[in-house]
Design a protein around this ligand. Structure first.
Ligand code: XMP
Length: 506
């Protein structure tokens, strides 16, 4: 049973799902034109029509499939969704005299959606069309100065529409309104982490059966580690989790993963493949070539382990919901970022995929991780790129350089933790440059490496701002680095945003 959100292309559609899930109700996003059968497969208890950039009177404006609005479940139309609902039921929608964008305060409001809400109601508006004639049986339940028809309802048919966006934070009481809609749908409010874990565990058992064996690639990040814990809970040692140490990891990283997962029952195989990786990387300076070599060797190493410990019928992956949301482009257009957890495994390995996190958002995975006992140091860890330190060493990669960078990185990252800055930073890293610079230590002139430190704040890594780390902190780590890592004579801090720079230096 779920809430079905039909996506007509609003930038806020995902937020609707987030809000429902925060309220404890499970919801899914489907393309606006999803077929009736597709929608019925979700056992909908209510339907939301999202906003979108179109006008309902445009030729080819997106609309729900025939029969969807005849389903006997409550329907909430938001913005474009409300306009469609009104037009479909015989009302009229027109280009508004005045485009309304930003915050607006509702005048009088009432009706089922606003049940229990009182006082000032600030709503986030973003529309240029408005409902001008109500369809039969509907009444206006909220207005603003510029938009006489701001919210409508048809009480018996349980059809509701709001011109504003209740799902965004700029509508502070929007959460209460969405909670009221859930009540009108009689939606279960049991989407809690424990419930999710129980359901996913059962799902894995059902899929894998009594005998099936599952292979999982572990990256050391939160998704694959949490998946390992979930699978171990579901099928015990019929899971083999493989962690390939390509020699490009940070200090103590392999041990950290071992200590986190083995005591919690994960059948973990760690492989030191660093010789092979470093051999293939020897003398290679070009960033893209490094990435390609690492990707290729990763697959080879993983396949070797699959053969050694197999046979396996299933391959598990930590694919998340944002990777699989069916796009507004139509059914089957699912944008699946395949195999990203195991570094691009080819399709022809012949495994069946186990992807228990396909319905979850990243923060839901973190909640599950906590419930399953994943230690904080992994649960709250910064992102780390698959090619590891190789793309933080400008120029060719050698064991010696890796050793230098590892020690610098460790001083920086443990300093961030010590100063309470780690959790406020989205990602932090150190870069070893091929630049040598002159220094003086004791009475001696030195000529050694320049290292750069970088810390950024970001939401998703697509854009980033450099973090304004306190000078005292930068001063402390700079001193520690130069004092403890003798190969380094100078430390600089990167103050470039993304764009124009990327987060990594290569
Ligand atoms: P950039 O440098 O592109 O990085 O601004 C954005 C985020 O992606 C990570 N990153 C990678 N992750 N393989 C990965 O798994 C890669 O080749 C790779 N390159 C960058 C980077 O650490 C940051 O979090």
């Amino acid at each position: 049973m779920s809430l079905v959100i039909l996506d007509f292309g609003s930038q806020y559609t995902r937020l609707i799902t987030r809000r429902f899930r925060e309220l404890g109700a499970y919801s899914v996003i489907l393309p606006g034109n999803a077929s009736l059968e597709r929608i019925q497969r979700e056992n909908p208890v209510g339907i939301v029509l999202s906003g979108g950039p179109s006008s309902v009177y445009d030729a080819g404006a997106p609309r729900p499939a025939d029969g969807v609005l005849d389903l006997d479940v409550p329907v909430l139309g938001i913005c474009y969704g409300m306009q469609y609902l009104a037009q479909h039921a015989g009302g009229r929608v027109e280009r508004a005299g005045k485009r309304e964008y930003g915050k607006a305060e509702l005048g009088e409001y009432g009706g089922a959606l606003f049940e229990g809400i009182s006082g000032e109601f600030v709503a986030w508006m973003s529309h240029s069309d408005s409902v001008t004639d109500l369809p039969p049986g509907y009444e206006v339940v909220a207005t603003t100065t510029d938009t006489p028809v701001t919210a409508i309802e048809h009480r018996e048919r349980r059809r509701y529409g709001v011109q504003f966006h209740p799902e965004v934070v700029h509508t502070p009481k929007g959460g209460q309104l969405l909670a009221n809609f859930l009540d009108l749908c009689g939606a279960a409010r049991d989407w809690t982490p424990q419930h999710i874990v129980d359901e996913l565990t059962q799902g894995v058992r059902d899929q894998v059966g009594e005998e099936g064996r599952v292979l999982l690639g572990i990256s050391g990040g939160v998704d694959s580690s949490t998946l390992a814990l979930l699978l171990a809970r579901a099928i015990g040692d019929r899971l083999t989790a493989v962690f390939i140490d390509h020699g490009l990891l940070r200090l103590g990283e392999r041990e950290q993963v071992e200590h986190a997962l083995r005591p919690l029952g994960v059948n973990l195989v760690t492989v030191d493949a660093s010789d092979v990786f470093l051999e293939h990387l020897a003398g290679v300076s070009d960033p893209e070539t490094k990435r390609k070599i690492i990707g290729r060797e990763f697959i080879r190493a993983f396949e070797r382990e699959a053969r050694t410990h197999g046979p396996f019928e299933f391959l598990a992956q930590g694919t998340l919901y944002p990777d699989v949301i069916e796009s507004a482009g139509g059914e089957g257009a699912a944008n699946i970022k395949s195999h990203h957890n195991v570094g691009g495994l080819p399709e022809d390995l012949g495994f069946k995929l186990v992807e228990p996190f396909r319905t979850l958002f990243k923060d839901e995975v973190r909640e599950i991780a906590q419930l399953l006992g994943l230690p904080d140091e992994i649960r709250t860890r910064h992102p780390f790129p698959g090619p590891g330190l190789a793309i933080r060493i400008l120029g060719d990669v050698t064991r010696e350089k890796l050793d230098v960078l590892r020690r610098v990185d460790d001083i920086f990252i443990s300093g961030l933790r010590e100063f309470g800055l780690y959790d406020q930073t989205w990602q932090a890293l150190a870069v070893l440059t091929p630049i040598q610079s002159v220094g003086v230590m004791g009475d001696e002139r030195t000529y050694r490496h320049l290292v750069a430190l970088r810390a950024v704040s970001s939401i998703d890594g697509m854009t980033a701002e450099w973090t304004r780390l306190p000078y005292e902190f930068l001063d402390t780590v700079s001193l520690r680095i130069v004092n403890h890592v003798h190969e380094v004579s100078r430390v600089v801090y990167d103050i470039t945003g993304k764009p124009p720079a990327t987060i990594e230096w290569e």
